[in-house]
Design a protein around this ligand. Structure first.
Ligand SMILES: [Zn+2]
Length: 229
C-alpha cells in the first residue's frame, strides 16, 4: 500500500520487489538525510537523532498536494480558518512512512503582516516525541522544553466548540506558540516575530481531514518556511 508524494510518483507498483523505492526523506529534527529501513530494522534513522519519522518532500499548495498529505494523515492538519485577510494556503509537509502513516502534519499559510511586509505561518500537529514542531520553532529538543506553560497562556485557538490555550515559546527570530489538543502537540510559528500579533485575537481552526467542509482554499506559491528534504 504505497502512497504518492508530491508530483509524479504513483505509489503503486512497489509490491513484488525486494526493495521499496523511497522518496528523499530527512530527519524532522535536524533536516539531515536519514537512512532507509533495512532488513534488520523497519525504522528510518538519523545519525544524530536515532530512529525518526522521516520528513517527506513538501506537498504542493494544491488540492492534489493536500490529498497527498491526507491520504495517511494520523494527526490533524490544522488550518486557521477563516484565514487572515489576504492570506493564502502555501503548502503542506508531513513526517512518517508507509508503515506508520503521517504522524506530524504542517500546514503553511502566508500573507501580509499586519505590521508591514510579508509574513509566513506554519501550523504543526504532531504526536509527542517527533520533534517537527520544535525544529520549526528553532528549538533543539522534541517539545517546548523546561518551564513550558509556567506563565499564563499567550493565545487561544478554537476548534469546534472548544478553546485551547497556547503558550509562547522562547525561540529565535520568529514568534512560536505551543499547546496540546487531544493528545497531540500543536504549534503555531510565525515569521517575522512581529507577525505574532496575529494571535492577539483567538483563531479558529479546521482539521482538513474532516470531510464535507467544502472549503474553497486559496492557494499561493510554496512557502519558503516549509520544512522538507
Ligand atoms: Zn536528526
Amino acid at each position: 500500500m504505497g502512497w504518492s508524494v508530491g508530483q509524479g510518483s504513483t505509489g503503486h507498483g512497489s509490491t513484488g520487489h525486494g526493495r521499496h523505492r523511497h522518496s528523499p526523506a530527512a530527519c524532522p529534527r535536524c533536516g539531515k538525510a536519514v537512512r532507509e529501513p533495512t532488513a534488520w530494522s523497519s525504522a528510518w534513522r538519523c545519525d544524530w537523532h536515532g530512529e525518526v519519522h522521516p520528513l517527506l518532500p513538501a506537498f504542493s499548495p494544491s488540492r492534489e498536494g493536500l490529498d497527498g498529505l491526507l491520504r495517511t494523515a494520523g494527526v490533524p492538519a490544522w488550518l486557521p480558518w477563516p484565514l487572515p485577510v489576504g492570506w493564502l494556503v502555501t503548502g503542506f509537509a508531513g513526517a512518517g512512512d508507509e508503515r506508520t502513516g503521517i504522524r506530524a502534519c504542517a500546514v503553511a499559510v502566508s500573507g501580509p503582516n499586519p505590521l508591514g511586509g510579508p509574513a509566513d505561518m506554519l501550523v504543526v500537529a504532531e504526536e509527542p516525541g517527533i520533534g517537527l514542531g520544535a525544529a520549526v520553532a528553532g528549538l533543539d529538543g522534541v517539545d517546548p522544553g523546561a518551564g513550558f506553560a509556567s506563565a499564563p497562556p499567550a493565545a487561544t485557538v478554537s476548534f469546534g466548540k472548544h478553546d485551547f490555550p497556547l503558550w509562547q515559546v522562547d525561540s529565535p527570530d520568529r514568534a512560536a506558540f505551543a499547546g496540546e489538543i487531544k493528545g497531540h502537540w500543536m504549534w503555531v510559528v510565525l515569521w517575522p516575530e512581529t507577525a505574532g500579533i496575529l494571535l492577539i485575537e483567538p483563531i479558529g481552526l479546521r482539521d482538513l481531514r474532516d470531510p464535507d467542509q467544502d472549503l474553497d482554499l486559496p492557494f499561493g506559491a510554496p512557502s519558503p518556511r516549509l520544512p522538507a528534504p
